[in-house]
Design a protein around this ligand. Sequence first.
Ligand code: NAI
Ligand code: PYR
Ligand code: MG
Length: 609
Amino acid sequence: MKAKLYLSKVIYTKQHDNIIKTSYTTTTTSFSSSTTSTTSTITTNNSSHYQPLQPLAINNTDSMEKNLQILRSSFANRGTAFTREERDKLGLRGLLPPREETIEDQAERCLVQFHSFGSNLEKYVFLNCLRDRNETLFYYLLTNNLELMMPIVYTPTVGEACQKFGNEFRFAQGMYFATQDRGEIRRMLDNWPNKDVDIIVVSDGSRILGLGDLGTNGMGIPVGKLQLYVAGAGFNPAKTLPVIIDAGTNTKKYLDDKFYLGEKHARIKDEEYYALMDEFLSAVYNKWPKVLVQFEDISNDHCFALLENYRNKYFCFNDDIQGTGSVILSGFINCIRAVQKPITEHRLVFLGAGSAGIGVADCIMTLFQEAGMSEEDARKCFWFVDSKGLITTTRGDELTRYKKAYARGDVAADKQLKSLADVVRSVKPTAIIGLSGIGGSFTQEVVEEMARLNEKPIVMALSNPTSNAECTAEQAYTWSQGRCIFASGSPFAPVQYNGKTLIPGQGNNMYIFPALGLGSVVVNARHITDGMVIAAAKSLASQVDDSEVIQGKIYPGLHRIRELSVTIAVAVAEKAYEEGMAQLPRPDNLEQAVRDFIYHPHYDQKKLD
Ligand SMILES: NC(=O)C1=CN([C@@H]2O[C@H](COP(=O)(O)OP(=O)(O)OC[C@H]3O[C@@H](n4cnc5c(N)ncnc54)[C@H](O)[C@@H]3O)[C@@H](O)[C@H]2O)C=CC1
Ligand SMILES: CC(=O)C(=O)O
Ligand SMILES: [Mg+2]
């Protein structure tokens, strides 16, 4: 019998001039488990460096192809967890060490291996290689150790991994669509090996965390976000798709880097950019009409317009605007409980008026309005500081529509405030919210002033990764004599202050997007509405009890994330029904419908059939 192998699967041993010498080792088996081993050398004439995949005809059996496919498929592989019976049936006898293990045994070993790596980047690479080897085991490990591994698969380590993506690259994940692919995206989507997709996270790499324009190196972000969809809310990993739209990069370092893997040109102009995005989205919805698309880490010159153009056309949302808005609204609701001061007495100063800052303010605005304030009066409780100082209508520069909505009209042209410290002294805020991407910008002077003004100052240093946080947890607690209510975008360890252990909250959209996705996908929502985003925030806030809030804890523990997600998802789904957005008939038991959707990592017999 003949089996086909592809050149990409064999090991290149030598490459010079036009000759590529290739050696490979294969093992032939049959279902009766007779096993032989073959080693061969192939010499191929190549006229160019890049070869199309050539099927090689090799005398072999179909079972050989199948057993190799199983062991090398991250989807089907179980490694040492294959039972003796399965090994026999699949032609795997002798290809694995004799002992049979459970997934629990395997995960225990992986955890030891995880701890053996010195650096977080090594841990990141280890986990991604595990995922490539055995996806089920990876998700079992991640789901059961999410608090420990979150800082590795997500911020801050994912930021470092993105910066070094070209160097650390081992295998491709997700899909890439570049300018050269215009006109062919729909056809290319058919290359995705999985039939159904529930969720796509797409970035163009233009604003990765607070690290700037990383181009295609940003792929770590869609990959990491989707890992949280699985671990945090139980999406089926086989139905997730990370995507990078390669629209070029304006970062010279990457254009000059020989290991950079994107197209090497400056970012394309707006017209071409929107056409590329439009083609991508219409191709996606043509192939998968029910899929949810999450826009992620797209710079603010495009992300607002994309959301506006598509939020009422497709089933999509922007995580940095809406997910962040929701999670910080949630934290703020609990800050109000902790400070015990009504919302109408709060004054908020934002550092950073980009996608996240505006998204958060828009969400918190609803609290003022629910308390009876007009939109106009509510806006007066917000002050925004950007790279040029306090945003005012009299500053003399042209403001985007989003900034204009919050620009102060009560500052004379010759009295502009340039520094955050000046703004804090002048405004006397109850809260400072950092979404500027500028590490260290909440100085000692600023935090001490907040502590002078407030019994319990609210200090949110939300920029990512850790190096971009506006201040650290330790700084915030020390400079406020342990009195502040603190949250950060990236995790900080608990801080000892005057014999007390202070636990910082992680104000990160990771609490929201997996559950917002879960609740809306389960009911096949038409669109994601503001109502659903606010419902998610309120549900999250309500899951922190009074005793925790009094201690300054404004977010629930991450170890509960799957249960938190179920409750949030039910609230989102309820809202979708209330607003007529749900396209599926209402189930008798909504919570059960949510729970039924959830994937639990385990070895599934169907994957072997
Ligand atoms: N904790 C969380 O869940 C999230 C955190 N973020 C973080 O927030 C940061 C900003 O994200 P985006 O708003 O999407 O970025 P963006 O680029 O849209 O906005 C950045 C804003 O900061 C301002 N800025 C820049 N330099 C400044 C300076 N020296 N002083 C004052 N303002 C300055 C800019 O003028 C702009 O208004 C990033 O670090 C990102 O990682 C973003 C989304 C979610
Ligand atoms: C958390 C997140 O989405 C960001 O920093 O961009
Ligand atoms: Mg983001």
